[in-house]
Design a protein around this ligand. Structure first.
Ligand code: GTP
Length: 171
């Protein structure tokens, strides 16, 4: 069949937010991993939607690896920013990382779509996606299209809505 257009996305967010679990859920059955371990550095993953073939840079969220994120900004067409919606204590750290991203020279003047997953919606003390976007002041982003979805990376709830939005932005 016709080869789908490729889109590069960088998948960022704090350690333990669920980035690798989300990507694993999006991948085709035959390439899924059975054990998700904390990412060292980064991994490159592939997944498809109806209209696009995605190459995803799954970056480690651990503090000592966050300086790697910026090396992939230039070649990315879109951003997936994953939040652990149950981790209220570190929401301000996530906000600082988001602001550093938005002010970065390779990001600041580009109209890159940003998809936020307010992940771990299944946990009892998870904040709603609206509450997460308020805490990160996402509404202040005026020069880039953005979208936030509550998600559960274990069941896949919310993931399709998010990647369909991103596909519409990039196709
Ligand atoms: P780093 O590689 O360290 O940056 O972490 P990561 O963001 O890739 O997180 P990872 O996918 O390794 O998930 C961290 C932990 O959260 C694992 O134990 C996952 O099973 C768990 N997890 C991921 N998504 C969800 C979710 O939606 N709900 C719940 N309850 N747990 C989740």
């Amino acid at each position: 069949g016709m080869k789908k257009k490729n889109a590069n996305v960088i998948v960022i967010g704090l350690d333990n937010s669920g980035k690798s679990t989300i990507l694993n859920k999006l991948k085709p059955e035959e390439s899924k991993r059975h054990d998700i371990v904390p990412t060292i550095g980064f991994n490159v993953e592939k997944f498809m939607t109806k209209a696009l073939s995605f190459t995803a840079f799954d970056m480690s969220g651990q503090g000592r690896y966050r300086n790697l994120w910026e090396h992939y900004y230039r070649e990315c067409h879109g951003i997936i920013f994953v939040l652990d919606s149950s981790d209220k204590i570190r929401m301000s750290v996530a906000k600082d990382e988001l602001n550093m991203l938005l002010n970065h020279a390779d990001i600041v003047s580009r109209r890159l779509p940003i998809l936020f997953f307010a992940n771990k919606m299944d946990l009892r003390d998870a904040l709603s996606s609206v509450k997460c976007s308020n805490m990160l002041e996402v509404e202040k982003i005026r020069d880039k299209p953005w979208h936030i979805c509550a998600s559960n990376a274990h069941t896949g709830e919310g993931l399709e809505e998010g990647v369909n939005w991103l596909t519409d932005q990039l196709k």
